[in-house]
Design a protein around this ligand. Structure first.
Ligand code: UGA
Length: 439
């Protein structure tokens, strides 16, 4: 049924359910565009913090837009789902879809949120699924809502953590998967001020686009990591090889930096979920399986590099890790490759200290079992270390004072798993330097 326009006139009203980095970024950016937005979360302390203008996560530009929205009166936060949803033109579902025990995405929070908003939705409201959900989930949201006077639209996000605000305001494209044309048009109009290409599809295609993008990017990183490993084997220089590849516009430079493997809150769970989706539909996605295997092997590759730098074994060796987050510019430790590498080193008896500019707490449960001492700066972490290993690409690691670093260490091993440090300068400072595909 066509019910577009039945929700009241006036400024567009938006409710965002779930204020993780995707939901909160969506809320502040929609308020920035002039909409009236309420961000809803179950966590009362977090709601209080956001209402006071304090972003709960490290994300560039988020604090400014948060305070701008609160100051303009266009942005508010609440634990009251019913009140936020009542009268909203758009309700964005931004709740987590964690990896279930069988690899598939767990839709529990999406279904719970749908059931919770259902009685309060205004006729003609558009429910927008931003959570990453298995192909066919739009139908499950429709069923959980049980309302034929509202629309359900898939609208995946392509936000990089650390650059989420920039990516939201300047997207390469907006993808909208809708059954009803009026709902696709309404959501297109909401995004129209961004001036980005808008791809309108059916919901299954939109849901597939999200997984296809993350699987492709993860495969691209696995590929470049494999090329770097090959460079080490054949004596080529990975930095030069990658530069030579990246100028080819068909390849491009993005997601072509070798490292200790990919991680974070998205690639690991989304690649597993896509494997599972494919399997459930009778297709074996072998290329994706190989990308995941290559990624697991990459953690061991870095452990092997540390072991070689320590003279063959890591038991009893003091290792200083520079970086703990899964990438720079975030304080997110979820599925961090740094932690995957460190847990393998800990299992082999290494003694670990670490420094990360985001200031993680030593009591973070993700660091449990590592016996890790979290330090306040690079030099404190490196004190008496035999080997330093760079695991996250924080810019300050590229500017480290190598002479000072060498001065505080007991050994001279420098494993640069992010190719941050100039090999020539490291060697001049007396280090035995090894990077990813270069030495
Ligand atoms: C990723 C996608 O890039 C976003 O488009 C997507 O919206 C998001 O997942 C999501 O699904 O929500 P993100 O997880 O923030 O974003 O991180 P990326 O910048 O893509 O990096 C993922 C991992 O790959 C990190 O561990 C990173 O260090 C690693 N990586 C990335 C490399 O090792 N080399 C690269 O060149 C790029």
């Amino acid at each position: 049924m066509s019910v577009s326009g039945e929700v009241g006139a006036g400024p567009t009203r938006v409710a965002v359910i779930g204020t993780g980095y995707v939901g909160l970024t969506t809320a502040v950016c929609l308020a920035h565009l002039g909409n009236s937005v309420v961000g809803v979360d179950v966590d009362e302390a977090k709601v209080a913090r956001m209402s006071a203008g304090e972003p709960p996560i490290l994300e560039e530009g988020l604090g400014e837009l948060l305070r701008e929205g609160l100051g303009s009166g266009r942005l508010a936060f609440s634990c009251d789902t019913a009140a936020a949803v009542r009268g909203a033109n758009f309700v964005f579902l931004c709740v987590p879809t964690p990896q279930g025990a069988d690899g598939a995405a767990d839709l529990r929070f999406v279904e719970q949120a749908s059931a919770q908003i259902a009685p309060h939705l205004a006729p003609g409201a558009v429910v927008v699924t931003k959570s990453t959900v298995p192909v066919g989930s739009a139908g499950k949201v429709v069923a959980a809502l049980g309302r034929d006077d509202v629309a359900v639209v898939s609208n995946p996000e392509f936000l990089r953590e650390g650059k989420a605000v920039e990516d939201w305001l300047h997207p390469d494209r907006v993808v909208i998967g809708a059954e009803q044309e009026w709902a696709a048009n309404a959501l297109s109009a909401l995004y129209e001020p961004l001036g980005a290409p808008i791809v309108v599809t059916d919901p299954a295609s939109s849901e597939t686009i999200k997984y296809a993008c993350n699987a492709f990017l993860a495969a691209k990183v696995s590929f470049v990591n494999s090329i770097a490993n090959l460079c080490s084997a054949v004596g080529a220089n990975a930095t030069d090889v990658i530069a030579g590849m990246s100028y080819d516009r068909r390849i491009g430079a993005d997601h072509l930096a070798p490292g200790p493997g990919w991680g974070g809150s998205c690639f690991p769970k989304d690649t597993q979920a896509l494997l599972r989706i494919a399997e459930d539909h009778g297709y074996r996605f072998e290329l994706l399986e190989a990308s995941i295997r290559a990624n697991d092997a990459q953690f061991d590759t870095v452990v092997g590099m540390v072991a070689s730098a320590a003279g063959g074994e890591v038991s009893g060796v003091r290792v200083a890790a520079l970086g703990l987050t899964f990438k720079a510019a975030t304080d997110d430790l979820r599925d961090s490759p740094a932690i995957s590498v460190l847990s393998r080193l800990a299992a082999r008896g290494a003694r670990l200290r670490a420094y990360d500019p985001s200031g993680p707490s030593a009591s973070d449960p993700r660091l449990d079992g590592l016996g890790l001492e979290v330090c306040d700066d690079v030099y404190e972490a490196a004190r008496d270390a035999h080997v330093v290993v760079v695991l996250t690409e924080w810019p300050e690691f590229a500017a480290v004072d190598l002479a000072r670093l060498a001065g505080v260490m007991a050994g001279r091993g420098l494993v640069d798993a992010r190719n941050m440090i100039d090999p020539g300068a490291a060697k001049s400072a007396g280090f035995a330097y090894v990077g990813m595909g270069r030495s």
